[in-house]
Design a protein around this ligand. Structure first.
Ligand code: PLP
Length: 393
């Protein structure tokens, strides 16, 4: 990476670790065989895929045959939700989710609504938490699926997944969680949590882009996702992305083996940044739960300024951050997550997300805190609203 850039956007994507790349490389060149072929370089690819499947299963406390590789986290979300909805249509047409899901979940649910399904979008509290009691109350005889994200990509809030899993199990309803932000940051065991389906994506934990996985508990009724060859036990046809899958396997193993040390470091950077911004910049609000939050996530609203201008000025100083989710930047609609936790449009527009990762250090925080308060001040000097507040009317 260009070392003049301080990258503070790990929730958007992460760089591939050198050890991960090294394991992937042979599968682009001399080990290029099709995993469905029976000669030796084909069998080698097949073996590499199955090893990666074992690594993913181990990281989640699942069985290898319950892991299915996909083309992304978004694909895993689409498959889980549409797959369960359609396969269980005879039983019911109701799905429960939340207002703060990633668009891969929200837009899939909206699509299903256009096809005759009924979806309940549960509200969240001011910290972005879903109440398990509300989940219980939303259940109807026609409910077939609960889909609630593990941790939010914008504000970092971690949901009470075990409690929700317990409720789903008591009611015999399938429970899917989008764990794309959680894997590598939070230890996960699908059996302890009573999760039936779980989505993950390699590029969020130092693996390659364009490869993900869906955990499907044995026995879950779900439609096949892609029709064609017999890959992924006939459920998701396509010649496998062998190198990508190998990279995902290596990355998840590294991430889960090192989770405690990694978290300790990120929490230090996070907490220091939260403290210093709160102390040095007036008129700010921390978004998301102060403690039930991803180790590397900082999300603040700065009153009287535009998040986009803040990002551009940080970029000029060599800092890459985000003003919400990467998928919505470029659009003028404020983040649906920030609106759901009760921010008004203006406050939601003035938000900044900083997500720390592997390469970040305390020097990065020093530099951020050297430039950020001055930028905020400069932008506020241009705001007529701020002038009014300063004058006290
Ligand atoms: C990044 C992300 C996704 C999408 O994963 P892709 O592999 O980029 O398609 C889904 N959900 C959450 C919470 C994410 O952060």
């Amino acid at each position: 990476m260009d070392n003049r850039i301080i990258y503070l956007d790990h929730a958007a994507t992460t760089p591939v670790k050198p050890e991960v790349l090294e394991e992937m490389l042979p599968y682009f060149t001399n080990k290029f065989g099709n995993a469905s072929s029976i000669y030796s370089i084909g069998r080698e690819s097949k073996k590499a895929i199955e090893e990666a499947r074992e690594r993913v299963a181990k990281a989640l406390g699942a069985m290898p045959r319950e892991i299915f590789f996909t083309g992304s986290g978004s694909e895993a979300d689409n498959w889980a939700i549409k797959g369960v909805a359609y396969a269980n249509k005879a039983k019911g047409n109701h799905i429960i989710t939340t207002a703060i899901e990633h668009h891969a979940v929200l837009h899939t649910c909206q699509y299903l609504e256009s096809d005759g399904f009924e979806v309940t979008y549960l509200p969240v509290d001011e910290n972005g938490l879903v109440s398990p009691e509300q989940v219980r109350k939303a259940i109807k005889p026609s409910t077939t699926l609960i889909t609630i994200m593990f941790a939010n990509n914008e504000i970092g809030t971690i949901q009470p997944i075990a409690e929700i899993g317990k409720i789903a199990k008591e009611h015999n309803i399938y429970f899917h969680t989008d764990a794309v932000q959680a894997v590598g940051n939070i230890p996960i065991n699908v059996n302890e949590l009573n999760v039936d389906l779980l989505s993950l994506s390699a590029h969020k934990f130092y693996g390659p882009k364009g490869v993900g996985a869906l955990y499907i508990r044995k026995g879950v009724k779900i439609t096949n996702f892609l029709h064609g060859g017999a890959q992924e036990r006939g459920r998701r046809a396509s010649t496998e992305n062998v190198a990508g899958i190998v990279g995902l396997g290596k990355a998840i193993e590294l991430a889960t083996n090192n989770i405690e040390q990694y978290n300790k470091k990120l929490i230090e950077l996070r907490d220091r940044t939260i403290e210093e911004i709160t102390k040095k910049v007036p008129f700010v609000k921390l978004n998301g739960d102060r403690y039930k939050r991803l180790p590397g996530n900082v999300n603040f609203s700065f009153q009287f300024i535009e998040g986009e201008s803040l990002l551009l000025m940080l970029d000029m100083k060599g800092i890459a951050a985000s003003s919400g989710s990467a998928c919505t930047s470029g659009s003028l609609d404020p983040s649906h997550v920030l609106l759901a936790i009760g921010l008004d449009h203006e406050t939601a527009h003035g938000s900044l997300r900083i997500t720390f990762g592997e390469e970040n250090t305390h020097e990065d925080v020093d530099y951020l805190m050297e430039v950020l308060p001055a930028i905020v001040q400069r932008l506020r000097e241009m705001s007529p609203l701020y002038e009014k507040v300063k004058r006290g009317n």
